[in-house]
Design a protein around this ligand. Sequence first.
Ligand SMILES: [Ca+2]
Ligand SMILES: [Ca+2]
Length: 296
Amino acid sequence: MKKTTKRILSAMLALVICVSVMPFAFAASIRGDANLDGKTNSIDALLILKYTVGQEVENYDDYLFDVNGDYTVNSTDALRVLMLSVGNDDPCTYMYKEIAKYYSDALWTSYFETTEVDYSVSMNGRLTRLVGEGIDQEGTVESYPFGSNYSDKAYFENGYDADGYTPYDYFIDPWIYEDGLWETQITENETGYEVMVQIKEERTTSEEPFAEYITPHTGFYFDFTFDENGEVWGENGMLTSWASITAQVNHDGYVEKLVCKVYFNGEMYLASTQTDERVFVLIEDGEYVLELNFKY
Ligand SMILES: [Ca+2]
Ligand SMILES: [Ca+2]
């Protein structure tokens, strides 16, 4: 078995994604910099404290004041800023690319330390196809939901399974291609940090089937070959897709849980090598979900 085939990527469908609205806006400010002077120090801590005791502050901003991202502004946030000002590292104050790096480092480390990964992959959406006489003549429209899911466990020791495969061979890339970054976000919770990384929408076609951002980094695999036996293949098609990855990183810096969602829509013409029949296929509301639960 070739290493690439170990990947649990199973999209033998052709698709095009149309996602026009992204849910988050990129915040350019530094968390904790309450007075927006580009530095985090005791002045900011004092402003946050003032706010928590009900005093009026200028330019109040949820994002800036809620340093640990727990949707509450209190003395903990002020303390965070003080710790920062004396040189403590605090992932909650990371920005954009720093968050992506934090995510990548955590996943990379986790891949080497994990002993077991419980994983599941699912894919669903709606498929419409024009069948019968083919695309140039009148045919019948069929529309139906599609879906599949799969789950299993994989065991590792010192970064390898019994056959010499790494978690990276199984799952998604630990690093994110910088140009493909759309948005990042980090929030603290009871067990550590929840890190969210979103990857830009991009389009692939049957002429340019290699996605730059999503496919290699999320594990989502799009193949314009429609039938694995080679009897039917994509003659002409497009896929657009974007991805959102959420990782729960514990206080020791290890990923405990990771959910990667790829949203996609697509359309393509298919041709059969055996019958010469051609059909048009439209895929909507596609969602591919990879969930990983790590044990150490
Ligand atoms: Ca400041
Ligand atoms: Ca807070």
